[in-house]
Design a protein around this ligand. Structure first.
Ligand code: FA5
Length: 340
């Protein structure tokens, strides 16, 4: 009797194992049949009540059924495992021969782009590009530019003073001094760079901004030369007609000095916060180099003359791309920068 039951149990368990469609289902059958409290374990417990002969027969059948079912189970489990592995390989498949996806590309900051364009322009006109330190001496930033210690013009540029007679340069003009001393006359140089002023920040004023200095020293340099280079610079940058105005400007290191203003390209001259409602933006102060400045750098003003200019590079970028707030340029916001 018990033999027949065992037979039936084995047949039905084999069928259920083979029919299982998920690992969970398979595991449930295993626990139910082969588990510690499963059907086969129950038969094993029953054997205690049997005669030794019966026990021998049933024991054999039980072992055979157990082994047979375990092997059906293992087979089924292996099939599930290999199906799972194939699915995983399929989903994680990588084509090593496919071309790599485009990496996210960076781009040059608009300031750098314009700086490079101006450098190329001036290099093509025979100018050398010079660099100077951002931490400068009082002598280079002021004295050598005809601005002695007690000169009221020192107040024109609010200075970040450091210890001793050191400071954060307030303009790129000290590189003029370095250029004259290094190259000697005749010379043509430009010097782009970062400058610092202890100023209140607004739509058109930063405490840290960029200028581009230019200087030419030679025999018989006149205002005509200055104007020629300034016009070449502006048409090279804007590639269209822009309204400019020239007015007298005072800088101790030039005589005569001029302010070259550009009609505000943000508002077209009607007035906005960038041009302080005036319609004009100060962009390009310039002039003929003061004889004292030449003399302080070892150049004889009787023999040589020169012109110099100090382009507001950050403002130029604002005009070219119609950026209505200077703070955006150094804010580091990638959404803003990606537009260029
Ligand atoms: C100077 O710095 C002189 N060194 C320029 C110069 C050089 C004159 C050679 C003559 C000969 P100024 O302080 O005006 O000048 O500054 C020059 C330009 O820098 C300005 O026309 C303006 O475009 C820009 N600028 C000045 N202050 C700021 C500021 N806070 N933020 C942004 N741009 C500024």
């Amino acid at each position: 009797m018990i033999e027949a039951n065992l037979e039936e149990l084995a047949v039905s368990a084999k069928a259920r194992i083979e029919a299982a469609t998920t690992v969970e289902e398979l595991e449930a059958v295993r626990v139910e049949v082969l588990g510690r409290k499963g059907a086969l374990a129950n038969v094993s417990k029953e054997m205690a009540k049997m005669t030794p002969e019966q026990r021998a027969t049933v024991g054999k059948l039980l072992n055979a059924a157990k082994q047979a079912l375990e092997s059906v189970f293992d087979e089924k489990k292996t099939a599930f495992d290999s199906a799972a592995l194939s699915a995983r390989l399929e989903s994680e498949w990588v084509d090593l021969t496919a071309p790599a996806p485009d990496p996210a590309r960076g781009a040059l900051h608009p300031l750098t782009q314009i700086q490079t364009e101006i450098e190329d322009l001036f290099v093509s006109l025979g100018f050398t590009v010079l660099d100077g330190p951002e931490v400068e001496s009082d002598e280079h930033n002021f004295d050598a530019l005809n601005i002695p210690a007690d000169h009221p013009a020192r107040d024109m540029q609010d200075t970040f003073w450091l210890e001793g007679n050191w400071l954060l340069r307030t303009h790129t003009s000290p590189v003029q001094v370095r250029g004259m001393r290094k190259l000697g006359p005749p010379l043509r140089m430009i010097a782009p760079g970062r400058v610092f002023r202890n100023e209140e920040v607004d739509a058109s004023h930063e405490h840290t901004f960029y200028q581009l200095e230019g200087m030419m020293v030679d025999k018989d340099v006149s205002v005509a030369h200055l104007l020629y280079f300034m016009k070449t610079l502006l048409s090279g940058i804007f590639k269209r007609d822009v309204m400019v105005r020239l007015r007298p400007g005072y800088f101790p290191f030039v005589e005569p000095g001029f302010e070259l203003d550009i009609q505000c390209l943000i508002c077209g001259g009607s007035g906005c916060p960038v041009c302080k409602q005036s319609g004009w933006v100060e962009l390009l102060p310039c002039g003929l180099v003061h004889p004292n400045v030449l003399r302080k750098s070892g150049i004889d003003p009787e023999e040589y003359g020169g012109f110099a200019f100090g382009l507001g590079l950050t403002r130029l970028v604002m005009m070219r791309y119609a950026i209505d707030d200077i703070r955006q340029l150094q804010g580091g916001d990638l959404r803003f920068l990606r537009q260029f």
